[in-house]
Design a protein around this ligand. Structure first.
Ligand code: ADP
Length: 391
């Protein structure tokens, strides 16, 4: 059955219930006249229907009193002491009562006690004698997701334009430098670097959008954290050696989580890559993994430049770069930590940072622990691994 059909059915029942309300109201007036006790205002059925609707729902009578409402209409602050307190909604219900025409509106409403506005979709329909039914859906979250998506597209195009523009300029420079082998070599080398950066950027954009659209735990399997750390270190060795940085690891051997091995390696690898990139030569980057508070905790510690307190909250945002020029010189895209954050949340965990400027940083990933390693191992042997994946 479609949502429209269900809603139609519900509205039908509500209308039916409201007709009973109206009938009882007029009965009550008559009985009141004859000294009889008034019947209860709201039949049970109507309240039950309104309570299960996902929308906030309410029925107004001709005197603009709320004769029935869903609990959410009160919780969301639309109804206070039996009155509809949002002027825009009162206006809308008046217009519907005046001409009997069903109306739908997208409204931006101020949130009680300040804060950002909420966005609602309202359907107002006339029912019976001058009653109006309002169905209100909160679309704030949907709007927010749309805004984030729009921002992302704008950011992506901006970020892609820069290296593409750079490549085009370098190609021109090579043409102009015909006959000067040294200059040609120089520009060709820069072109290589720029195209590698572009390739990395495109890969990270694709990774991030895949992370946002898929449930990684759907195909999850038991993963040993020591294997994740070993692999992440292995793929970072060349970068570390290039800066004479000592990469050390200290891992609890039998710590298991449920997840995607490749994604977890990417998360730890991104943290190790940053630790190397933002540390001076000849320092140390340490990776540790242990059980803390019943969770698997993986830390990556460096003795690099550290992160100013004001930036620490922002570094996990997409495309945020602490020092854009410096990040660019390290080949940074501003997506590394956003990817780490998404991988962690997709695994039911989180990532946090402790850092002090001039002293270094420690990034900590925490993940839900698989309680019984033997059990995990047994499950692991039942799960077929893709060929070539790490054991
Ligand atoms: P980038 O590609 O710029 O490294 P990230 O998302 O990985 O993007 O990191 C965002 C910003 O956080 C970086 O530009 C840098 O300013 C800061 N940052 C991340 N890791 C570290 C670290 N270990 N030490 C100092 N600054 C860091």
């Amino acid at each position: 059955m479609t949502t429209a059909a269900i809603l139609g059915g519900c509205v039908g029942i509500v209308l039916g219930s409201v007709s009973v309300v109206s009938l009882r109201l007029s009965e009550r007036e008559q009985r009141g006249l004859h000294g009889m006790p008034p019947p209860p205002d709201i039949p049970d059925g109507a309240s039950t229907i309104l309570a299960v609707l996902s929308s906030s729902a309410l029925v107004l009578d001709a005197a603009e009193r709320v004769v029935n409402n869903s609990p959410t209409a009160v919780a969301d602050g639309f109804v206070v002491d039996g009155r509809l307190v949002v002027p825009e909604l009162v206006e809308l219900s008046r217009a519907v009562r005046r001409d009997g025409v069903i109306r739908e509106r997208e409204l931006e409403l101020p949130r009680g006690r300040g804060g950002p506005p909420i966005y609602v979709h309202v359907r107002a329909a006339p029912i019976l004698d001058a009653h109006v039914l309002l169905l209100i859906d909160d679309h704030t979250q949907v709007r927010r997701v749309e805004e984030v998506r729009r921002d992302f597209v704008v950011n992506v195009s901006h970020e892609l334009k820069t290296p593409v523009g750079g490549l085009s300029l370098l190609a021109e420079a090579i043409m102009d430098a015909k006959g000067d082998p040294e200059a040609t070599d120089h520009f060709a080398h820069r072109m290589q670097l720029e195209s590698a950066r572009l390739g990395k950027l495109i890969k990270e954009i694709v990774d991030l959008s895949q992370l946002q659209s898929q449930d990684v735990l759907a195909g999850a399997e038991p993963v040993r954290i020591a294997d994740v750390v070993a692999e992440a270190i292995e793929v970072s060795l060349i970068e570390a050696r290039a800066k004479d940085i000592a990469l050390t690891a200290r891992c609890a051997p039998d710590m298991w989580v449920r997840g995607d091995f490749g994604l977890l390696v990417t998360a730890v690898r991104n943290l190790v890559g940053n630790a190397i990139a933002y540390s001076p030569n000849a320092t140390e980057v340490a990776v540790g993994a242990e059980v803390t508070d019943d969770e698997a905790s993986i830390t990556v510690t460096d003795r690099g430049r550290g992160i100013p307190a004001a930036e620490q909250e922002r570094i996990f945002e997409r495309f945020y770069r602490g020092d854009a020029a410096r990040s660019r010189s390290t080949g940074g895209t501003g997506l590394g930590l956003a990817i780490v954050k998404h991988i962690c949340t997709n695994h039911g965990g989180q990532v946090s940072v402790w850092s002090q400027e001039g002293h270094g940083s420690t990034f900590t990933i925490t993940l839900p622990l698989l309680a019984h390693p033997q059990h995990a191992a047994a499950e692991s042997s039942r799960v077929p691994r893709p060929e070539g994946s790490a054991a």
